[in-house]
Design a protein around this ligand. Structure first.
Ligand code: SF4
Length: 212
């Protein structure tokens, strides 16, 4: 179901689905890691771009956690779109949930610290799929909310984004979302919208390392 600005979107969880159709603005497929990180990224870009949030996160190896984060993202988008429906709205698409794909590739790097080679592989898995999907949909840009986290190395994300731009012909929207107090703003907005905020990155490798 396309999300068209001004439509009564009927966006209960699981029903907000489709591509943002705002032809006068450049289209962006924004990979979304979770609801809290998406808040300030959407707020910062929705006025200038036709955003579609793409939830593709095979790294969230716990199924319950995966759906909890997805539904939190939908909760945010529903509230954001209701608030801004006369000006702009953001669409939503969900990718395949395929944790086995992540586990197979990441298990040899299980002991890597957060921010190490396992995370680089994880960024690559998610951003490659986002660029591929953006190309399939004929979008002009792709990007990711991952950079809002102070734990994520933007230079690595940017390097990968520019590589994928070359590969796919879809432009990488080069914004480090942690800048201009992006992370602090995401904390504020998460509180304001009453969003669940997780206390671990996503994979069980990081979760159990934190519990040691
Ligand atoms: S710690 Fe986070 S970024 Fe690193 S591999 Fe796990 S889910 Fe991916």
């Amino acid at each position: 179901m396309p999300c068209i600005p001004g439509d009564d979107l009927n966006i209960m969880a699981g029903e907000l689905s489709g591509i943002a159709l705002m032809p006068k603005k450049p289209s962006v497929l924004m990979h979304a890691c979770c609801g809290p990180c998406s808040t300030s990224c959407v707020e910062r870009t929705a006025e200038d771009y036709a955003l579609t949030l793409y939830y593709y996160n095979p790294n969230i190896t716990d199924r319950e956690e995966y759906y909890l984060r997805r539904d939190t993202l939908l909760q945010f988008l529903k509230a954001f779109n209701a608030e801004h429906k006369d000006m702009y709205t953001a669409g939503f698409l969900e990718g395949a949930y395929e944790p086995e794909r992540f586990i197979e590739k990441a298990t040899p790097l299980a002991d890597e610290p957060e921010g190490g080679r396992r995370c680089e592989l994880c960024f690559a898995l998610r951003l490659t799929e986002t660029a591929r999907k953006a190309k399939e949909l004929g979008m002009e840009y792709f990007t990711t909310t991952m950079s809002v986290s102070p734990h994520k190395n933007y230079e690595k994300i940017k390097e990968l984004g520019l590589f994928l731009e070359e590969e796919t012909g879809v432009k990488f929207l080069d914004i480090d979302f942690k800048k201009k107090n992006g992370f602090g703003r995401s904390v504020e907005l998460s509180k304001r919208y009453g969003l669940y905020r997780q206390n671990f990155c996503g994979c069980d490798f990081a979760r159990y390392a934190n519990e040691k």
